[in-house]
Structures are given as C-alpha cells and as structure tokens.
Design a protein around this ligand. Sequence first.
Ligand code: AMP
Length: 399
Amino acid sequence: MSDLVLVLNCGSSSIKYQLLHADSAEVLASGLVEKIGEAHGGRIVHECGDRKLVHEGAIADHRAGLRQAFEMFRETGIDLTTIGVSAVGHRVVHGGEVFWQPTLITDEVVRTIDELSVLAPLHNPANVIGIESTRELLPDIPEVAVFDTAFFHAMPEAARTYAIDAKLAAAHGVRKYGFHGTSHHYVSERAAQFLGKPVSDLDQIVFHLGNGASASAIAGGVAVDTTMGMTPLEGLVMGTRPGDLDPGIMPQLMNAAGLDLAAVEQLLNRESGIKGLSGVNDFRELQQLIDNGDAAAKLAYDVYIHRLRRYLGAYLVELGRVDTIVFTAGVGENSPAVRADALAGLSGFGIEIDPDRNATRTPGVRVISPDTAPVAVLVVPTNEELAIARAAHRLVGAG
Ligand code: AMP
C-alpha cells in the first residue's frame, strides 16, 4: 500500500495542506489557501519541488478553495485521484470526551464532530466543512480525523476539573481538554528517540511556543497536565490571546466598558496577549521593538516569560522530577533569548543551558543543556503534518 497521505488543516477562512510520504516524511507538495469567503485578498500559494504557483482572486468557500488547490496539484503533474493517496488526514481541533484516537471518518463521525462545535465554535465547523468538501472531491479515499485534544484525554480528574458548579459543568462539557496535543505527543516521542530511551522512562515538560502557546507535563509518555483548557485561551501568554486571567475581569469589563459578548470574544482571541500589551503579535517584531528601547514591548516579553516560569515550577512539582524540557514551534525553536530567560537561574533544580549550544542553530533535534546537567534541555522541531500523516496511514493500513 502507498504511504502517500494528504493532510489538511482547515481554519475558518484558510486551509493548509501537505501531500507527503508517511514513512520517509518526504513532502511532495504543500500549500496555503487564504481569505476564503472574503471579497478581497483570496490567495492560494502552492509549492511542489522548486515550483511555486500563486492563484489570486476571491475564493467563495472551502470547496472552491480545495478544487482550485487540486487543480494546482494537476498543473504540477500530480492527479490526487490517481496518484495513490492512501488516506486524507484531517486535523480536527476538538474531540470532546468522544474521540481520543485517530478515527476513520463516517457520516456518524462527521455528525459528532459537528455536534462538538458547541465546545469549539471557532474551529470545529471549519473542520467539518473541510471534511465534507474532500469527501466530495476525493470520494474513494478513506479519511481520518486526528484530534488536537486527544493526547490529553487521560489527564487526572484533579487536573482537568474546574471548581465551579459541578452539575452546570457536567451539563455543558465544562472541563479542561487541552490543545496542540498532536505536537506535544510528537515532540515528546522525538525527544525520547533522540535520547535513545523509551518514552515510558522519561518525565518531560514540553513548551509549544508558536502564535498559540501551551505547555504540558508528561509522565512516562502520558500527559498529566496542560495549560490550555476548555478552550485554547487558557494558560500561557500568546500572540493575541491572554492566557490565564482572573475570571472576574470579564464581567467587570462588560459592565464598565460596555463590552458585549462579541466584543469580549474579539478582545480575548485577537487583541490580547503580546499584541494587547505591545501592539505587535509577531515575536520577531516584538524583539525588534525591545532592541529599540520600547518599554511596552519589554513588559510584554517579561509577562510572557513570567508565565512560562510559573508553569515550569508548577509542572516540576506535579511531576516530582523532570528528565527533559523540550522547546518547540516558531518561538520555541527560533528564540534563544526566550529559552535562556525561561530557564535562567535554575541550576539548583538541575536545569541549565549551554549558551553556545543555545545560540547555535542546526536543523533537527538538538540538546542545548551542558552534557553534565541532569536535565536534558532540547529543541525539537514540531511536525504536526507528519504526525497526522503517520496516524492516518497506520489506521488505514490496519483496517
Ligand atoms: P508558529 O505558530 O509555530 O508558526 O510560530 C509563529 C511565531 O514564531 C511568531 O510569533 C513568529 O514571530 C515566531 N518566530 C518565527 N521565527 C522566529 C525567529 N527566528 N525568532 C523569533 N521568533 C520567531
């Protein structure tokens, strides 16, 4: 059986895709469809080997975007209906209490993912549209859903329970689910592989620091806590999301500043975090502002680091010990300053960073702690597409 998998990550107005070999990780083609459903700015960038095709023009909906992307595959010599794609793997944000394994998509599964939209109104509806569109365009290829929440399904009850009215919480699915699970799972296994140890022998703390950011505590390969909650708003400070907030702030603001529910959603999802404090959400721009002496940017950075360290401390205690600390995603992989500041002054806990190793950029997994330090600090590039492709291929191959 071919190991080619088409991986799709559908957002509300965008689709990221990749066609890759699950075994070798070789990527044949990848692309990004942007501004779906908007009057202006619709754009598809498709890359295949050294060819880059760009389509500009309004994209009515996800199906139209995918149809156009499939046409661009054809222009670069790939017919997805005949090349031997073994599976389509979909990143699905919320699996609720129902899905914690990669799942073969059926009508019933699509219906359930759609019902779970009450828990992820910004994400699951787009995932459903993406699944339905591919089922129409590639009807003969099995599809697999891989859930962002899955890795955290076994968190202990004490870690996943919010201290509010228990009946109300149960009626509305209010509990911590966690997100970015595919990434936390993938990098924790890569870290173990790199160290030549079974993942079951390692206690790990993982920092996935991208535009969205989350940390997790992983005991012997099993996630026991994570910073994101019922929604991806909780926990660490992010590009445009605040992370932890006193819940009393929102009703206060609704009263005092006259914010309605839509304004609160906008504030929490798009105008908080690094952006709320500094005006920019991109970490490279933030660092530029700090270098230029911008005090607001420096405060944003300090708040970001303070939150990271707070969770590092919490997870050290939850695990009782730690073997590896892993940094991944855009900021985690690329910012030596964040890694150094997050772990500064912790040699008493066996946590140290070697400044030269931290500053030296090499591809792949690398250690940035000294060989003599008890805790291995690693930079592990994440690859959610590959993890989804492998999960989808395994499931279809086993069927
Ligand atoms: P992601 O969501 O994983 O794509 O990460 C996006 C974030 O990574 C953005 O805030 C980028 O500014 C940040 N990032 C990417 N490259 C670098 C870099 N070389 N140094 C610092 N931050 C970076």
